[in-house]
Structure formats: C-alpha cells, structure tokens
Ligand binder design. Structure first.
Ligand code: GAR
Length: 211
C-alpha cells in the first residue's frame, strides 16, 4: 500500500475523508500519520480518535522555514511516509520541500485550476458570476496552486450563493475527489509523466460516474 502522510492546519475535513476511505481494506493507501503546524488544529482530535498518529510541528517553534520543514520531514520519515497529501495546510512549502517529495506531494485546492489560484476563491468566483466552480487535486510545484492536475470535480454556482454556501457545496465534492485521486495514484491509474498526469482509460469512466 501507498504510505501516506497528511498535512493539515485546521478543521481537517479532507483529512477525515481520506482516513475514512483508507479504512476500507481494499483502499490501496494507508494513512501513516497526520501532521499539523498548529497545535490547536481540530483535525488532530479526529486522527487521534481513529488511532492514527497525530503529530504537531509548530512553525512558531522553529527559527526558520528551513528548520520547520526539516522537522516536518523528520516526522514524516519516522512514520514511514512516502507520499504526502496537503489538506488545508496553510503554509507555503519551499522549493526544497517540494524537491524532497518530487512527484510524491499533492494538494487539494477549492477551485477549478488554473482559475482562482490563491485565497478567497469562493468570493472571487461569485463576484465574477461564473456558473461552475469546483475543486482540483494536483501535484505540487514551486509555483503556488500550479502543477500537474490529477482530478477535478465541478459544482454549480446557484442564485443566492454566498461564499459560505458555495464553499460547503465544493467541500462535499472535495471529500469525494481527494480519496478518488489518491486511489488512482496508488493503483497506478494516474501516472505523472513530465508535467502531465495521464489517467488510465477505464479510470476516466470511473471518474465521470462519480460526478
Ligand atoms: C479546503 O476547502 C481546501 O480545499 C482548502 O482549505 C480547506 C481546508 O478544509 N485549501 C486551500 O485553500 C489551500 N490553498 P479542511 O481542513 O476541512 O480539509
């Protein structure tokens, strides 16, 4: 099985979706640890309750980003992690960290990339009047919210949507998309070659059925 570590900063609902998916013995990945840069992250309690090692590496307790990231890497390695999922991890990772986990580091972002990189994605989508929004799982590259796309899910933007109502609709899709993306990668059905992810033909149909 793919040995996954999940990095969070807060609520951790995407982490919880991955943990729950991985409880199925047929799921091809196991969650080795959950790591938060914030000691008060709500998601840590969920992980502990499921018996998953929950680690805090507080960025404020480290003198530099390099030291912080070295401590994160040590903790991940100590738990046998060889693939990392960012799930609401609100620290920008350095090029050195990305290189350390080259093509073994993915992120979920609440927009249909390459639209709406960065923060306040839901407000900006509503302000623009777009009629479809969604979420993206992608391999991490040095450029923020860029990198080869693994999978996406779209949801409608409806009349009367607020940033919160749209965020909630997208989050529901995120909780389905992230486990799907990890499964495709772990099964070798989503393969990264250069700067593109190729999805095995059968798996595309599977993705379409889910959304
Ligand atoms: C999710 O919507 C995720 O896509 C977003 O933060 C939320 C975390 O929720 N990530 C980003 O905005 C990354 N720039 P969660 O902690 O409940 O998974």
């Amino acid at each position: 099985k793919l040995k996954v570590g999940i990095l969070i900063s807060g609520r951790g609902s995407n982490m919880a979706a991955l943990v729950e998916a991985a409880q199925d013995p047929a799921f091809p990945a196991e969650i080795c640890c959950v790591l938060s840069n914030r000691p008060d992250a709500k998601g840590l309690d969920f992980a502990r309750a499921r018996g998953i090692p929950a680690v805090v590496v507080d960025h404020k307790a480290h003198a530099s980003k390099a030291e912080f990231e070295a401590a994160v890497i040590d903790a991940l390695v100590a738990h046998g992690v060889d693939f990392v999922c960012l799930a609401g991890f609100m620290r920008i990772v350095s090029p050195a960290f990305i290189e350390r986990w080259h093509n073994r580091l993915i992120n979920i972002h609440p927009s249909l990339l390459p639209s709406y990189k960065g923060l306040h994605t839901h407000e900006r989508a509503i302000a623009d009047g777009v009629k479809l929004a969604g979420c993206t799982v992608h391999f991490v590259r040095a450029e923020m919210d860029a990198g080869p796309i693994v999978a996406q899910a779209a949801v409608p933007v409806v009349a009367g949507d607020t940033p919160d109502s749209l965020a909630a609709r997208i989050l529901t899709a995120e909780h389905r998309l992230y486990p799907l993306a990890v499964r495709l990668i772990a099964e070798g059905k989503a393969k990264i070659t250069g700067e593109r992810v190729e999805i095995a033909p059968g798996a595309v149909d599977e993705t379409a059925r889910l959304f």
